[in-house]
Design a protein around this ligand. Structure first.
Ligand code: ADP
Ligand code: MG
Length: 415
């Protein structure tokens, strides 16, 4: 099979590529090194899965979380791609290594700490490799919001196979992090492909309130459909869930302190439900495929703009109208700055920049969407017409009304 489009239809069952997918795939097939920055849900996986099927040999995929790898594995197997994971949670590791050596795999998922080990590099020399895919590549950067030191160890591995295409993927990278990823992974700066970040169906709103609980309860009451509410600690998650249950909506909570089967059950119930409210820490959401989430609320500050974009981006993935509403109190920033002061020196500058950017978004009287998109390097229009500041700015409405009156006066005199 030599045509990517044909393969897209026959193997993946999609009529067309979306956004920049084809550009990324063409670069990979041409043997180039690439960093693709594409928002969550844009279809990053396909940009390595499809070349992996087309190219002779196995694509090694580096991924930071076992749960994420297993999700990807299920999705790949569902469309008949030969894939496997090699993690501590797999008891068929010998069989997988065997298949890898035989060239019987299109995709092999591993964690960075395994990939960078000496033994593993020897294994790679004995197996037919086609390319490298580095998922969640922002983990390589200290400027990224999710630094994983093990990602730093990948470079020697990649450089041991300089002729193979390498594709780094991330949903969330500001200009600084992006440049860092390129340098860390040895990708030329002209190998950067950025997809559009705008989610026009999401209405953004940010409210300063001393009583987040009741503000979110009233959001829940006026917004039908399933929703996620992010809280900043396990404890607050449970308390807020109790408050929101008072609205009469089915409510669950989710955090990393719960037993795995409890978490699985809560997640499964939420995915099936059409009106459930899930109150969760940011442990909830990665790899969850629920397109009809109608609102995402934040009870307190997210960690960063990247985090906010990613979490709020779980709303409205079906393209229908959805709401992202962040509730904060001035004390939240005070606490964040105290926490900053306790950070090790070398991380403080990047964390401060992140917090300042967040403050800029939260405190702006300008279009929220414009501030968000500019942060990701885009040049959006001044006003989106679908955020709190565009919709409710009194000055703007007054000005529009005045302009309308003036215009009608002009037309009348003109007639
Ligand atoms: P990301 O990793 O960028 O968040 P995924 O790779 O998980 O996104 O893809 C998100 C969803 O989009 C998946 O359900 C996937 O099957 C779907 N998808 C990917 N490419 C296409 C396409 N060209 N047409 C339609 N759906 C697609
Ligand atoms: Mg992904």
């Amino acid at each position: 099979m030599s045509d990517p489009r044909e393969l897209l239809r026959t193997t993946f069952g999609f009529p067309d590529f979306r956004g920049v997918q084809r550009d990324v795939i063409d670069r990979v097939l041409a043997g180039e090194r690439t960093l693709a920055v594409m928002p969550t849900g844009a279809g990053k996986s396909l940009t390595y899965q499809l070349p992996a099927v087309m190219l002779e040999g196995t694509c090694l995929v580096v991924s930071p979380l076992i749960a994420l790898m297993h999700d990807q594995l299920r999705a790949a197997e569902a469309v008949g791609i030969r894939a496997a994971t090699l993690t501590s949670a797999d008891d068929n590791r010998d069989e997988t290594i065997d298949r890898f050596r035989r060239g019987d795999l299109d995709l092999l998922y591993v964690a960075p700490e395994r990939a960078s080990g000496e033994g593993f590099r020897n294994l790679l020399r004995q197996a037919p490799l086609s390319m490298f895919a580095i998922d969640e590549a922002h983990c390589v950067s200290e400027w990224g919001h999710d630094f994983r030191p093990d990602y730093r160890l990948l470079r020697p591995l990649l450089d041991a196979f300089p002729e193979l295409p390498r594709l780094a993927l991330t949903a969330t990278a500001d200009a600084h992090t992006r440049a860092d990823i390129l340098d860390q992974l040895g990708i030329p700066h002209d190998g950067l492909i950025i997809a559009g970040f705008d989610r026009p169906n999401i209405r953004y709103a940010i409210t300063n309130t001393a009583s987040k609980g009741s503000a979110i309860a009233s959001l829940v009451k006026r917004t039908p459909g399933a929703g996620i509410v992010y809280a900043t600690s396990r404890d607050r998650t449970e308390k807020l869930a109790a408050t929101l249950a008072g609205t009469g909506r089915p409510t669950r909570f989710y955090h990393a302190g719960m037993a795995p089967d409890q978490r699985r059950r809560a997640q499964a119930e939420f995915v099936r439900s059409e009106d459930m409210v899930m109150v969760a820490t940011i442990a909830f959401g990665m790899g969850i495929d629920k397109p009809d989430v109608r609102f995402v609320a934040h009870a307190g500050l997210p960690k960063s703009i990247e985090g906010y974009y990613q979490e709020s981006g779980r709303a409205g993935r079906d393209g229908d109208p959805a709401v992202a509403h962040l509730f904060w109190a001035p004390g939240d920033f005070t606490r964040a700055r105290e926490w900053l002061a306790e950070m090790p020196e070398n991380r403080r500058a990047s964390e401060r920049a992140r917090l300042d950017a967040l403050a800029g978004l939260v405190e702006t009287a300008q279009c929220r969407r414009a501030v968000l998109l500019r942060y990701f390097g885009e040049s959006p229009p001044e006003r989106c017409g679908n955020c709190d500041n565009c919709l409710h700015a009194p000055g703007v409405q007054d000005a529009t009304q005045i302009a309308r009156k003036l215009l009608s006066a002009v037309y009348r005199t003109g007639q």
